[in-house]
Ligand binder design. Structure first.
Ligand code: GCU
Length: 719
């Protein structure tokens, strides 16, 4: 038989896109492909499930739609939507705030559910997804699907869950021109030019993905803000996004430029105590809420890295924040005021400055203000001790700010399971309200036992890349962040498992390998970049690659030498009493562990101590030798990661396999580059040999210092 061109094309496509063919990763963890051998398939393969919902809110409709999509995919056949609860058969009910849950949950159980909470109840072939409110029902629908996707047994299903943190936000550092500050996954997904008329379907998929992990707020503009976003046409664009987000329980937030009353309003000042300035913000807030009734509020970076702020008028950060808070309060909005401030004029250790500035303001902020604090006192380094503000402002709600985009952890290419780092921070005991006051307890408010505002924000790693995050495993960072924002006391490895099971549903081997890569990679990255407490030794501006030699920058605290202080005697930043005494900003119980180099955990040794190169460590090695072994251990681990991934060839679709393989190959090369460049540099001070059994740096120090990356993402155009 002679094949027509159409037939031959079809056969060709079938051959190359069979089960192990192409998969671009666009569907994230919401794949809903049929899963061989799942309890759902075994018990209900032939049943026609019927889905009904009680209530008509946009969130309940979105929940039902997702269930129809998910179930039909997972079962491989149709699912019916019915108007009322059928008496028998495989039934799924979505119950929102207007339904009584008395028959399903005890009074105590109902009372235990927080806003946004849900229950999943199975009674034979009937399953109920019951929300404390409609948003809770939506989260319940996603949780039920997650349950099915992971092949969990359905018998006697009785599961209650709810968020421990009220505001769970993504912060997009996206500029209105479409670029993304510290973005490594393409351009911004927000097409401001075509909004509000063109609504990219991606906006809906973005909202679905976020709702599936409980994210309920999106700050869509960069913290380095532009006033123009408050111009009416831009507010209309934001309103169009808010409408897409609403059914998925996501509120939109904007970043506020403090000088907007001058730049946009034509006022001579932005002084927070000026009556005309107050009125300008009040009018602006009313205008915003008329367009976006559920607008979340403002995120503000003020008096930081050149951004305008209240300090220019001799006012405090509290006065600045309260100005905006008063404007938002009548409408129910909040202010997230960032504590990422440090000043060039201050001779004080940069790690101490935010604390010095903010602690005296504790209790002076309005009730609808949160102070948003980065996880560590410098700036999203591969590893930092927790920020001293956590636990030090008991009368001010503090929001956690994590970075999901990997500005300092290998950017677009390195696989680094950030969940481990988040967990390390959240589980750290500050002793602030007595032993056992973990950062997680401060963030979710339980340390204080009041009903305060709570929040966790993650700087997004999303862009126009077809798979959203560029590096496939960046999806796991987004996922894990969302799950930990929902429950900051959760365990990263549980979320790695969930993500792996949903992302690679048909292969336990791939799932196990993926989980393992996520579990070991953060420690590996710290070792090949900044072991033993080193920090801020990356390339300038773009922050790509190693740059421990960086010393000529506009500000001393943008250099590397400011932080490592290497000389012929030794290396490290003395932050004990003999040095900057940054440790004094923590509780004495916390500080006690770090004060002496003998008790200081090796992971933070050079963060707190300047030590001689031949200082003996508990391992028996000198500091210099330990540095060499750590750098080598990190790079060697990446080699193993690559080997493990390669063992999966043929076990998953070629497209995702290859994309991860290529990124890991880059990571392996770059891990060696970090190792060799840093050891060559530090050896020029220590003068000690690299232990005989270890490979020596491939090139001279001059070679590494001479490398330039004119087009690395993030560099300001100079070339
Ligand atoms: C880092 C980052 C900047 C960002 C800043 C911030 O310094 O490099 O791009 O603007 O953090 O968090 O405000």
């Amino acid at each position: 038989m002679r094949l027509t061109p159409v037939f031959s094309l079809t056969i060709f496509l079938l051959l190359i896109t069979g089960p192990l063919g192409a998969d671009d990763g666009y569907r994230l963890w919401l794949r809903y492909d049929e899963i061989a051998d799942s309890p759902l398939r075994k018990s209900y393969a032939k049943a026609l499930p019927r889905v009904f919902r009680e209530g008509d809110s946009p969130q309940l409709c979105a929940a039902e739609e997702e269930l129809l999509l998910g179930l039909s995919g997972l079962l491989g056949h149709g699912v019916e939507s019915t108007a009322a609860a059928p008496a028998k058969g495989l039934i799924l009910g979505v119950l929102g705030r207007s339904t009584s849950l008395d028959g399903l949950l005890s009074a105590e159980e109902q009372a235990s559910l927080p806003d946004g909470g849900y229950a999943l109840i199975g009674q034979g072939k009937q399953f109920y997804i019951a929300g404390k409110d409609d948003r809770g029902a939506l989260y319940g629908a996603f949780a039920f699907l997650r349950y099915l996707q992971r092949g969990r047994p359905l018998d006697d299903l009785h599961l209650l869950d709810g968020p421990r943190v009220k505001n769970r936000l993504l912060n997009h550092w996206d500029n209105l021109d479409g670029t993304v500050e510290r973005g490594y996954a393409g351009f911004s997904i927000w097409n401001w030019h075509q909004l509000p008329h063109y609504l990219d379907p991606r906006y809906t998929d973005y909202a679905r993905a976020n709702a599936s992990i409980g994210i309920n707020g999106a700050v869509v503009t960069n913290v380095n803000a532009k006033a123009i976003v408050f111009r009416r046409d831009y507010l209309q664009k934001a309103a169009a996004l808010a409408e897409v987000f609403r059914p998925y329980g996501i509120r939109i937030y904007l970043t506020a430029r403090f000088s907007a009353p001058i730049e946009l309003g034509g006022l001579p000042t932005a002084d927070p105590e000026d009556a005309a300035v107050k009125k300008w913000w009040q009018d602006k807030a009313s205008e915003i809420y008329a367009l976006i009734p559920d607008f979340g509020g403002f995120v503000v970076k003020a008096n930081s890295e050149g951004q305008p702020g209240p300090r220019e008028y001799g006012r405090t950060h509290a006065q600045g924040a309260n100005l905006l808070a008063d404007a938002l309060a009548p409408h129910g909005g909040i202010v997230m005021w960032r504590a990422f401030v440090y000043s060039n004029e201050e001779p004080v250790d940069r790690a101490k400055q935010a604390y010095d500035e903010f602690v005296p303001l504790d209790g002076k902020f309005r009730d609808n203000v949160m102070v948003q604090v980065k996880n560590g006192p410098i700036d999203f380094q591969p590893r930092e001790p927790v920020h001293p503000l956590f636990g030090s402002m008991p009368h001010t709600p503090l929001a956690m700010e994590f970075q999901i985009t990997k500005e300092y952890l290998g950017q677009g290419t390195h696989l680094v399971g950030l969940g481990k780092m988040y967990e390390e921070v959240l589980q750290t005991d500050t002793y602030a309200e007595g032993p056992g006051t973990r950062v997680a307890d401060i963030i979710d408010g339980s340390a204080y036992g009041d009903d305060r505002l709570t929040a966790m924000a993650g700087v997004a790693n999303i862009g126009t890349a077809r798979n959203w995050t560029g590096n496939l495993f960046g999806q796991a960072d987004w996922y894990t962040f969302g799950r930990l924002a929902w429950n900051p006391t959760g365990k990263a490895e549980d979320y790695f498992r969930e993500w792996s099971q949903m992302t690679f549903p048909n292969s336990p081997t791939v799932q196990e390998t993926a989980q393992n890569l996520l579990a070991v990679s953060h420690e590996a990255c710290v070792n090949y970049m900044t072991p033993l407490g080193l920090h801020h030794i990356m390339g300038p501006d773009h922050h790509y690659g190693p740059g421990p030699w960086i010393k000529d920058m506009p500000r001393a605290d943008w250099t590397s030498v400011y932080y490592h202080k290497a000389d012929a005697e030794g290396v490290g930043f003395d932050r004990t009493k003999t040095g900057s005494d940054a440790l004094e900003q923590y509780t004495s119980r916390f500080a006690a562990r770090y004060e002496s180099p003998d008790s200081c955990p090796p992971a933070f040794l050079l963060w707190y101590h300047h030590l001689p190169w031949d200082h003996k460590l508990p391992s028996g090695n000198t500091l210099w030798a330990e540095l060499c072994y750590s750098y080598h251990a990190g790079a060697t681990k990446v080699g193993e990661m690559l080997k493990n991934w390669k063992s999966l060839s043929g076990r998953l679709d070629q497209e995702r396999y290859e994309s991860v393989r290529m990124h890991l190959e880059i990571q392996e090369k770059e891990a060696k580059w970090w190792r060799d460049a840093c050891l060559a540099y530090f050896q020029s001070f220590s003068g000690m040999p690299v232990p005989a059994e270890l490979e020596k740096p491939t090139h001279s120090l001059e070679y590494y210092e001479g490398l330039t990356f004119p087009y690395a993402p993030g560099i300001k155009a100079k070339w």
